[in-house]
Design a protein around this ligand. Structure first.
Ligand code: FAD
Length: 398
């Protein structure tokens, strides 16, 4: 019988899956979740999609109804932040000053949006990570509003697509020559730029944002290094996320994201990490990589619970991701950064194609646009190519 139980810091997807798996596998110790936000654990992908267009979906956002937490005896400490970890004492200090002891700890504090310091202080500059962020941004997205989207990653692109659907005038500002080029390559990056341009977004690539100009705490204009000015009623910044792990400073764990083995074990005994806060080992590719994807966070949260109970979670699935833009479903699987070539099949101009990324002729990643059935096939091909190459973290380190 456990004394202090399992402590989960972070009430997002990975934390939720950890709690569910502990109970499903018969864990009878206390399970507590420390949740910085006031809302019980909820799903984030709709925040840049349907929920940005309408508040109608808010009721179905929670992973579980309130009674589930009571029934499963999972205690939620809402609106509470973890501030420090003392692994020797096996305690976590909260912002209230209270200390919680644990037998097993999961770090699942997710990611935080990277901020642009020179846009601080403007009330109409938005970041999108939480339900509250989505509510604030939604209030600005009316027809005819001028929205500047800074950063053309997947979140920036989804916001641009949703805003266009609502009739906003959207300018997308991207520092790279083509969106997502470091991951997908310039050719596919240009395809994404074109997708948005055709839908009426003003797409500025190779565009270095230099400053923001405004009055009375409101941003009115963004100035680019080449002299271009972008007038706006609101701006949303999507320039990536960082692991929300600064609270681990001084604990012996890296405060820039927690490296783990494939099951979520950190370098400290009884301390696990999962989801966007973690940098798990991928045994197929022999590398540690942050994934920042829904599927990975769900699997890792459940895997950490299994490992806490002495079980073997198995091989992690390939990293995979989806994005909904306009009427398109875009799916991605694998590690395209590992590729040295890409082959495209289908018709990019008709928004119906798949891309296979390879290294030395072996598939390492795939992208499917408007082809939901292509991904399982691409997964199989990537897995077939990498099953034999699987190496342990120790082998890679040696
Ligand atoms: P989170 O879900 O971020 O949960 C972490 C929780 O920890 C948060 O509630 C946070 O407030 C809390 N927390 C942080 N610090 C502390 C602290 N010190 N103490 C206590 N609590 C703390 N992925 C896809 O695959 N497809 C998509 O289409 C997609 N769309 C997305 C759209 C948006 C707008 C966002 C933000 C993400 C999207 N993702 C998508 C990514 C996916 O949602 C994340 O990968 C996933 O939510 C990560 O889960 P997590 O549990 O690691 O972190």
């Amino acid at each position: 019988m456990s004394k202090h139980g399992a402590l989960i810091v972070g009430g997002g997807l990975a934390g939720q899956r950890c709690a569910e798996t502990l109970r499903r596998r018969g864990y009878d110790g206390a399970v507590r979740m420390v949740c910085a936000e006031p809302d019980p654990p909820y799903d984030r992908p709709p925040l840049s999609k349907e929920l940005l267009a309408s508040e109608a979906g808010e009721d179905s956002l929670a992973y579980r109804p309130a009674w589930w937490y009571e029934d499963k005896q999972v205690e939620l400490l809402l609106g509470t932040r973890a501030e420090a970890l003392d692994p020797a004492a096996r305690t976590v200090r909260l912002d209230s000053g209270a200390e919680l002891a644990y037998d097993e700890l999961l770090i699942a504090t997710g990611g935080a949006a990277r901020r642009l310091p020179f846009l601080a202080g403007f009330e109409n500059v938005h970041y999108l990570r939480t339900l509250e962020d989505a509510r604030r941004l939604r209030a600005k997205l009316r027809s005819g509003a001028r929205l500047a989207v800074v950063g053309a990653g997947f979140i920036g692109q989804e916001v641009a697509a949703t805003a266009r659907r609502l009739g906003a005038e959207v300018t997308m500002i991207e520092a790279l020559e083509a969106p997502l080029a470091p991951i997908l390559g310039a050719e596919l990056g240009r395809w994404f730029a074109e997708l948005h341009a055709v839908e009426g977004v003003r797409v500025l690539t190779g565009a270095m944002l230099e400053s923001g100009v405004g009055r009375n705490g409101r941003l009115e204009r963004l100035a680019l290094a080449d002299g271009t000015a972008v007038d706006c009623d609101a701006a949303v910044v999507g320039v990536g996320t960082r692991p929300a792990t600064e609270w681990l400073a001084g604990s012996g764990l890296d405060e820039h994201g927690v490296p783990t083995d494939a099951c979520g074990r950190s370098a400290l005994p009884h301390v696990y990490a999962a989801g966007d806060a973690s940098i798990p080992f991928d045994p197929r590719f022999g590398l540690h990589a942050r994934t920042e994807h829904w599927d990975a966070a769900a699997w890792q949260g459940a895997a950490a619970a299994t490992a806490m109970l002495g079980g073997q979670p198995g091989t992690p699935p390939l990293p995979s991701f989806w994005s909904d833009q306009y009427d398109l479903r875009i799916q991605y699987v694998g590690h395209a950064r590992q590729a040295d070539g890409v082959a495209i099949e289908g018709s990019p101009s008709e928004r119906d194609f798949e891309a296979t990324f390879s290294r030395d002729g072996v598939p390492v990643a795939g992208l499917a646009v408007g082809r939901p059935r292509a991904i399982p096939k691409l997964k199989k091909r990537i897995e077939a190519g990498h099953r034999l190459a699987a190496r342990s973290a120790e082998e890679v380190a040696a």
